[in-house]
Ligand binder design. Structure first.
Ligand SMILES: Cc1ncc(COP(=O)(O)O)c(C=O)c1O
Length: 508
């Protein structure tokens, strides 16, 4: 019979099914059969390769490569399999739900779920104000595609520096009352590229990073290889303690978020900036979960508190409240120009496409105006309604003072089960687990928006109660009479922002 290995089978087939072929036909082969008994004892050693050096040496190059590949000394698949198995064992393996959010009139915040397109209400999208489906934003994106096409066509240096790109940067700079702004493919990239570049090039730079910082900032700081100190989440006193030990005259960056993405806590911005400036540091403030949502024009917590000038570098996203994709920084002209000129994450990538630029510009303008203010007011009202409904039902919630409403359910398996039970009842909320939050700090993170109705919230709370019962999770435990059982602090719905930092850090 013809040899299945040397014969007409293509290389990929032999590579993929070699072991099956070996088992099926090995006995017929004068070379393999001699070594056949070793198979199964040590499958990483190929008997074919070991004893057939002359054949390998004489074989055509293509065939040699194929054979050598199958004899790789390291089992990559085994390694990857172990990694995935470990994630599955501790329930942190992520399964993405098929959820297609609907944008047609009257449909938002509904989505089609699964393969059978079941209708569900979405509770966890960061399209906080529904800007992604707003007709003004959609029209801007559509007409931009018609005029300029779908893609930027290159990096900013080559073909991607359209008028719209510069207009958007001017609008962002104006929003944050800064001389300049720079846009990136995402805010993950903005944070990573800016921090890694600045902390690397500023001679002897030391970074002070909040313990609750988002992965994008952690990544940027790590990539810079600058020395770093981590201060307790939202704790200006700890920051001060660390800064007071820092060498004088050395450049320093203090890095933190205003609205914490997973706990909803809001930082004591003024105190933190003041401490940083007292010690000569620059402040890098991530307003990703605040832009579009707070302040008269939606510029974030800095604007809401009238202290934007205390933020030296602000970073924001176009992908959450602004309903598009992309990220940015805003700051002094020289600083922005330095990042523009030196950050590989900015330089070596295709620019944002025309519809995203036009859609983002429309969304920023929309949310800076009257309609934005009205959406923000409705947003806050529905968030309060959810918090109150959870409290009345005796369901647990973490003491958040922002629009993010986390419901703690300890254990990655448990939180996933509750999310599944909710989905069965027509409510989609993603279970949040490690590495987004610490192990043991799992939660459901609700982000209701101005298009969620009180009836939807009532239905959600009923479904939550049923889902807790279905999975034998007792409640009425976390908050009793408005007091947090974990930290014993009184829980107030309308707590002033200034008070939020008194709460202990809620895992990140
Ligand atoms: C605090 C924070 N910063 C930055 C980012 C990254 O933003 P983007 O989604 O634009 O990459 C996120 C994303 O979730 C975030 O939560």
């Amino acid at each position: 019979m013809p040899c299945p290995f040397m014969g007409s089978l293509n290389q990929a087939f032999v590579r993929n099914y070699g072991s099956v072929l070996m088992k099926q036909y090995g006995n017929f082969c004068p070379i393999i059969s001699r070594n056949f008994r070793t198979l199964g004892q040590d499958e990483t050693k190929c008997p074919f390769i070991q004893n057939t050096n002359t054949i390998v040496a004489d074989a055509p190059k293509e065939m040699t490569e194929d054979i050598v590949e199958s004899a790789r000394p390291y089992s990559y698949d085994k390694f990857f399999n172990e990694q995935i198995s470990a994630k599955k064992r501790d329930y942190s393996y992520r399964v993405f739900r098929k959820v297609s959010r609907l944008a047609a009139d009257g449909m938002y915040p509904q989505a089609l779920e699964g393969l059978d397109n079941r209708r569900v209400t979405v509770w966890c999208a960061n399209d906080y104000l529904g800007a992604s489906r707003h007709p003004t934003v959609q029209d801007a994106a559509i007409s931009s595609i018609k005029s300029y096409g779908t893609g930027a066509g290159g990096t900013r240096n080559i073909a991607g520096n359209s008028q719209m790109t510069e207009k958007l940067e001017l609008e962002i700079a104006k929003l944050h009352k800064k001389p300049a702004a720079l846009i990136f493919s995402s805010c993950f990239v903005a944070n990573d590229a800016t921090l890694s570049t600045l902390a690397k090039i500023l001679p002897g730079c030391v970074v002070y990073s909040d313990a609750g910082n988002h992965a994008s900032m952690i990544q940027g700081i790590r990539n810079s290889r600058a020395p770093k100190h981590i201060f307790r989440h939202n704790d200006p006193n700890h920051l001060k303690e660390l800064l007071s030990k820092s060498p004088e005259g050395v450049p320093k960056l203090v890095v933190f978020e205003t609205v914490h993405s997973m706990s909803g806590a809001i930082c004591p911005l003024e105190e933190m900036c003041q401490v940083a400036h007292d010690y000569g540091a620059l402040t890098f403030v991530d307003e990703v979960h605040a832009v579009g949502l707070y302040g008269k024009h939606g510029a974030g917590i800095g604007e809401e508190r009238g202290i934007e000038h205390m933020i030296d570098i602000v970073s924001g996203t176009l992908g959450k409240a602004y309903g598009n994709v992309g990220g940015y920084i805003a700051g002094s002209s020289l600083l922005v120009d330095t990042v523009r000129s030196l950050a590989p994450g900015f330089i070596f990538t295709t620019a944002l496409p025309p519809p995203v630029l036009a859609g983002s510009l429309a969304a920023i303008r929309l949310l800076a105006g009257e309609e934005g203010r009205s959406l923000r007011a409705k947003h806050q009202a529905i968030v309060r309604y959810l918090k109150l409904s959870l409290l009345v039902a005796g369901l647990p919630q973490m003491p958040s003072v922002s629009h993010i409403v986390p419901v703690p359910i300890t254990g990655a398996d448990k939180v996933a089960l509750v999310a599944e039970s909710l989905m069965k009842r027509g409510h989609y909320v993603q279970a949040i687990n490690y590495p987004t939050v610490a192990r043991g700090a799992e939660r459901l993170r609700f982000a209701p928006g101005p298009y969620h109705t009180p009836e939807m919230i009532d239905s959600l709370v009923t479904a939550l109660i049923e889902s807790f019962h279905e999975n034998n999770i007792s409640f009425n435990q976390f908050l009793v009479n408005g007091t947090c059982r974990e930290c014993s602090m009184e829980y107030k719905f309308d707590m002033p922002y200034e008070e939020t930092y008194k709460y202990p850090m809620i895992a990140t």
